[in-house]
Design a protein around this ligand. Structure first.
Ligand SMILES: Cc1ncc(C[n+]2csc(CCOP(=O)(O)OP(=O)(O)O)c2C)c(N)n1
Ligand SMILES: [Mg+2]
Length: 821
C-alpha cells in the first residue's frame, strides 16, 4: 500500500529538503504518470484492434486514468470494487489487471490463466478478480485487492455494492464472527471499504437511487465515485440529472451534526493533487467510521468517444472537443509535473516525461502482441489438427473436388477463429456423410470432441461446479415420531430457522417486516430477540437492493437470506437477479460466487398483486439460480437446510396459504435436507399422471381423492423444484405406467406448464409413452381477481382439476367414464 503524503507538493522547499521522502514521492508521481500513459496507450491500441477486426468490440477507460490512480492509492488489501467498464486504470493500479490480460479480454481468449477476468466470456472492459480457487473454494480475500465482476446494464453494479459495503459493517459488529478463524480471510474487523464507480449518466437509473438511499440509511463503508464526463453516449448531462449535477441533487443526503448521512466531496478529473487529497480524506471517513461517501469527479473527458460503435464528433461541439483536449488528465498531469518547482526541486524534465511516454507506447505494443500471439497460437493448434484431418478426408473421398476448395479457403483465411474451423469441418462432414471411409470417422470424432471442449469453454459454470454444489449435497429425510406433533407451517419454519441461526453464525436474514415483527407470516417470530438486529433485520421497501445486499454479502463469505415479501414483488428484483446473481459463476467461469438464498412466498392468496405465480417468467429469466417450489413448510425448511450447506444461489417460494396449515413436526428439524431436482411421487396410480408443484399441488391431492371415488387412479407427482427439473426422469417412468399426462399450475397458460411439457416430452422423450394428448391446466391469462370467487374463476380449482383429469380418461374410455357435460 502506497502512502505518500501528496500535500508535499505544496510544502516549502525547506521541508522538502529535509524530507527523506522526496525521492520516494517523485518516483511515485512518475510511476503514476507512467501508468496513466500505459493505460491510455492501451485504450488507443484497443480501439485500433477493433477497427482492424482483431477484436469485436471495445469500450475503454481513456480520460478517467488520473482519478482512478488517485483512488487506487487508498484501495487496501481486502477492499472491494463494484464498478463499470471505464475502470481499466484502477484495475491496473490495484495490481489486478496486466496490459496483456486487458488485450486477452479484448480478443476473448478463453484460457482463464491468460484472461482471468471472465475466460473470454465477457466483452472487454468488464473487470473482476478471481476470488475462488480452482476447486471453487474461497481464496484469502484479505491477501488481494478484490473486484466483483462487472455487468453491462448501467447501474447494475450498484445493488451488489451495497452488500459488499454492508459486509464490513456486519463483520465489525457481529458478536462472534471476526474471532472465528474461517472468517479471517474475509475481514479484519470490518475495516474493508467497498468502492463503487459509475458514469454520470447512469446515475439516472433506479438502482443508483435505491442503493444511495439504502447506504445512507444503513451507514456502510461505501465510497461512491461518479466519473462525470458530461455524457451518456450522446445524451448530455442536463437530460439526465436534476440541476445538471449529481452532487447538488444529492446534497440533501449530506450528513449534519445530528443527522447521519453522506459525506460528499467534489473534485476534478484532471487535478492530481486535489484528487489524491480528496480520496485520502474520503476513504478514511468510510473506513474508520463506516460512513458512506460520494466523490463527484467532475471535468472528466472521453478522448476517443463512448465506444468503438461510433464517433463523438457527431454530438460534441467544437468547443467541447477543444476543452477535452486541453483538460485531458494526462496533459494536465504532465503540465503539473513540469511546473513543479519547489525552489529548485523538480520531478522531471520534458525529455524525461517524453521518454516515459515513448516507453509506455512500446511496452503496450509488446504486451498486445504477446496477448495476440497467445490467443492465436491456441487457435492455430486447432487449425492445424483440423487441416490435417480435412486433407486426409479429401485424399480418400470421392468428393475431393468439393472439399479441396473448402480446405484452401480455410488455409487462406486471415485470422480464422474457432467458428471458421468448425464450420468448415462440419460442412465437409456433411459432404462425405454417405462415404464409408475411416478418415470420416476421425473427422467426426474430432468435431464431437471440439463441441465438448467448447461446451466447457463457453457453457460451463451456470451453477456451482464445486464440491459444495447444491446437487452434490447429501439429502437427509425428515424423521417423525409415531404420533407426530401437528404444528402450523409457520412454526415449523420458525423452529427450523432457529436451528439454522444457531448452527451458522454467518447466516443473516433481512427484508421488509422480517425483523421486529418476525415476518408478515410470523415465520421469524421472536428470532430478532434471540439473535439480534444485525442478523434478523428489517429493511426499507426496496426489493432490488435487498437482493443486492444479499449478493454483496454472499461474495464476502456471509450467508445471507434475502426476504422478498411477496412473489408478486419479485419483479422489482428480477433485473438484478437475472443480470447479476444468475450470471455470477458463469460470467467469471467459476472465479466468483454469491451463494444467496432468496426466500419469498407466493401463489394464491388474495387479489391481483398477492396471488401471483409467474413461474414461467422466473424459470426463463433466472437460469443460473435454482428455483424451489415447496408445497408445504416442511419442504421449504428442507430446501433451506440443504442450500445453507451449498454454494449455489437459489430462490425458495413458500406457498402463501400454508403458514396456518397444520403439518407433522419432524424430529430432526434444522437437519433434514430435501434434494433439488428430485420429484416426489406422493400418490401411486395407474390411469393418469398429474404433475404439479406448490399450492396447486395441494388442490391436486384433493382432486385425486375425488377421482379415486369415481374409479380413476391418479399417480400424483410433486416436482418440488422447477430448476433443476426432474433430473432422474421420474415423470417419464410414471408415464410408462399411466400413459396419460396432466400438468397443473397457476401460472398463465404456456408459462411454466410449457417449460415442464418441453422438459417431459422433449428432453425426457416421454412422448413415446403417451396414449392421450398431453394436457395442461393453468390460470387465466389475466391477473387473479380479488376474493374467493375471483380466485375460483381465475385460478384452477379442485373442480377444474377433477374435470380436466376426468375428461382425459373419459376420452379414452367414454363408456366407463361418460362425459360430464
Ligand atoms: C440498462 C442499460 N441501458 C442502456 C445501456 C447502453 N449504454 C451503455 S453505456 C451507456 C451510457 C452510460 O453513460 P455514463 O453512465 O455517463 O458512463 P460513460 O460511458 O459516460 O462513462 C448506455 C446508454 C446499458 N448498457 N444498460
Ligand atoms: Mg458519462
Amino acid at each position: 500500500m502506497r502512502l505518500i503524503n501528496y500535500t508535499m507538493a505544496k510544502q516549502t522547499v525547506k521541508e522538502l529538503e529535509t524530507s527523506v521522502d522526496f525521492e520516494t514521492f517523485k518516483s511515485e508521481v512518475l510511476a503514476d504518470f507512467r501508468l496513466a500513459c500505459v493505460s491510455r496507450e492501451a485504450s488507443l491500441l484497443g480501439r485500433r484492434e477493433v477497427l482492424t477486426g482483431k477484436a469485436k468490440f471495445g469500450i475503454f477507460g481513456d480520460g478517467k486514468e488520473l482519478a482512478q490512480i488517485a483512488l487506487a492509492k487508498q484501495f487496501q488489501l481486502g477492499d472491494f470494487r463494484s464498478g463499470y467498464y471505464r475502470d481499466q486504470t484502477l484495475m491496473m493500479a490495484i495490481d489486478q489487471l496486466t496490459v496483456q490480460q486487458y488485450f486477452a479480454g479484448l480478443y476473448a481468449h478463453t484460457d482463464v490463466e491468460k484472461e482471468p477476468l471472465s475466460a473470454g466470456r465477457q466483452m472487454g472492459g468488464h473487470y473482476s478478480t478471481r476470488n475462488l480457487d480452482e476447486n471453487g473454494e474461497w481464496k484469502n480475500l484479505m491477501e488481494q485487492r478484490n473486484s466483483s465482476s462487472d455487468i453491462s446494464p448501467t447501474a447494475g453494479q450498484m445493488p451488489r455494492l451495497l452488500g459488499l459495503a454492508q459486509a464490513s459493517k456486519v463483520y465489525r459488529n457481529h458478536p462472534t464472527l471476526s474471532e472465528l478463524e474461517e472468517f479471517k480471510k474475509f475481514t479484519n474487523g470490518g475495516n474493508e471499504v467497498a468502492f463503487g464507480t459509475i458514469g454520470d449518466a447512469s446515475t439516472s437509473e433506479g438502482p443508483f437511487w435505491e442503493t444511495i438511499n439504502a447506504a445512507g440509511v444503513l451507514q456502510v463503508p461505501m465510497v461512491m465515485s461518479v466519473w462525470d464526463d458530461g455524457y451518456g453516449i450522446s445524451v448530455p448531462r442536463h437530460h439526465q440529472t436534476t440541476k445538471d449535477s449529481i452532487s447538488e441533487a444529492l446534497s440533501g443526503m449530506q450528513r449534519t451534526k445530528d443527522k447521519p448521512g453522506y459525506e460528499i466531496f467534489l473534485t476534478k478529473g484532471w487535478d492530481y493533487v486535489h484528487m489524491c487529497e480528496t480520496y485520502e480524506k474520503a476513504v478514511k471517513i468510510a473506513r474508520e467510521q463506516h460512513i458512506p461517501v460520494l466523490v463527484h469527479v467532475k471535468e472528466v473527458n472521453q478522448p476517443q468517444g463512448h465506444s468503438t460503435s461510433g464517433s463523438h464528433e457527431r454530438y460534441k461541439s467544437e468547443e467541447r472537443l477543444k476543452w477535452e483536449t486541453e483538460f485531458d488528465c494526462i496533459n494536465k498531469f504532465k503540465e503539473w509535473i513540469l511546473n513543479f518547482n519547489a525552489d529548485g526541486l523538480s520531478i522531471a524534465t520534458e525529455e524525461e516525461i517524453e521518454e516515459i511516454q515513448k516507453e509506455a507506447k512500446t511496452f503496450v505494443r509488446d504486451q498486445k502482441s504477446a496477448a495476440w500471439k497467445d490467443y492465436s497460437d491456441a487457435i492455430k493448434t486447432d487449425l492445424n489438427t483440423a487441416l490435417s484431418l480435412l486433407k486426409a478426408v479429401a485424399a480418400e473421398s470421392s468428393n475431393a473436388v468439393f472439399i479441396n476448395p473448402e480446405i484452401e479457403a480455410l488455409e487462406r483465411a486471415m485470422e480464422p477463429i474457432r467458428k471458421d474451423i468448425l464450420n468448415t469441418c462440419r460442412k465437409v462432414l456433411k459432404m462425405v456423410r454417405a462415404e464409408k471411409i475411416p478418415t470420416r470417422i476421425a473427422l467426426s470424432a474430432w468435431i464431437k470432441q471440439q463441441i465438448d471442449t467448447n461446451f466447457e469453454r463457453y457453457s460451463s459454470h451456470l451453477h456451482s461446479q464445486s464440491a459444495k454444489a447444491a446437487l452434490a449435497i447429501e439429502p437427509v429425510a425428515p424423521t417423525y415420531e409415531d404420533t407426530p406433533v401437528m404444528e402450523d407451517g409457520r412454526i415449523i419454519l420458525r423452529e427450523n430457522y432457529r436451528k439454522l441461526f444457531e448452527k451458522y453464525p454467518q447466516a443473516l436474514i433481512f427484508g421488509e417486516d422480517a425483523g421486529k415483527i418476525g415476518g408478515v407470516n410470523q415465520s421469524l417470530e421472536g428470532l430478532q430477540d434471540q439473535f439480534g438486529e444485525l442478523r434478523i433485520s428489517d429493511t426499507g421497501i426496496r426489493e432490488c437492493t435487498i437482493i443486492g445486499q444479499g449478493i454483496g454479502m454472499a461474495m464476502r463469505g456471509l450467508r445471507p437470506i434475502a426476504e422478498i415479501q411477496y412473489l408478486d414483488y419479485l419483479l422489482y428484483a428480477v433485473q438484478v437477479m437475472s443480470d447479476d446473481l444468475a450470471t455470477v459463476q458463469y460470467r467469471t467461469k467459476g472465479g466468483q460466487k454469491a451463494p444467496l438464498i432468496i426466500s419469498t412466498r407466493g401463489h394464491r392468496l388474495e387479489g391481483i398483486w398477492h396471488s401471483g405465480s409467474p413461474m414461467g417468467m422466473i424459470v426463463n429469466a433466472l437460469r443460473g439460480i435454482y428455483v424451489c417450489t415447496p408445497r408445504n413448510m416442511t419442504k421449504a425448511a428442507g430446501f433451506y437446510n440443504l442450500l445453507m450447506e451449498a454454494d449455489d444461489a437459489a430462490l425458495v417460494i413458500e406457498p402463501l396459504n400454508g403458514y396456518r396449515t397444520k403439518e407433522p413436526t419432524p424430529t430432526n428439524i434444522g437437519e433434514f435436507k430435501i434434494p433439488l431436482g428430485i420429484p416426489e411421487v406422493v400418490r401411486q396410480g395407474t390411469d393418469l399422471t398429474i404433475v404439479s408443484y406448490g399450492s396447486t399441488f395441494n388442490l391436486c391431492e384433493v382432486a385425486a381423492k375425488q377421482l379415486e371415488e369415481v374409479g380413476i387412479s391418479v399417480e400424483l407427482i410433486d416436482v418440488q423444484t422447477l430448476i433443476p427439473f426432474d433430473i432422474n426422469h421420474m415423470i417419464k417412468a410414471s408415464l410408462e405406467k399411466t400413459n396419460r399426462l396432466l400438468i397443473v399450475d397457476e401460472d398463465v397458460s404456456s408459462g411454466a406448464t410449457a417449460y415442464m411439457l418441453d422438459k417431459i416430452l422433449v428432453e425426457q422423450k416421454a412422448f413415446v409413452h403417451l396414449d392421450s394428448v398431453p394436457e395442461t391446466l393453468s390460470s387465466k391469462d389475466h391477473r387473479p381477481a380479488y376474493g374467493t370467487d375471483g380466485d375460483y374463476f381465475s385460478k384452477p380449482s379442485v373442480d377444474d382439476i377433477f374435470e380436466k383429469a376426468y375428461s382425459i380418461v373419459s376420452e379414452a374410455d367414454p363408456k366407463a367414464y361418460p362425459s360430464i357435460y
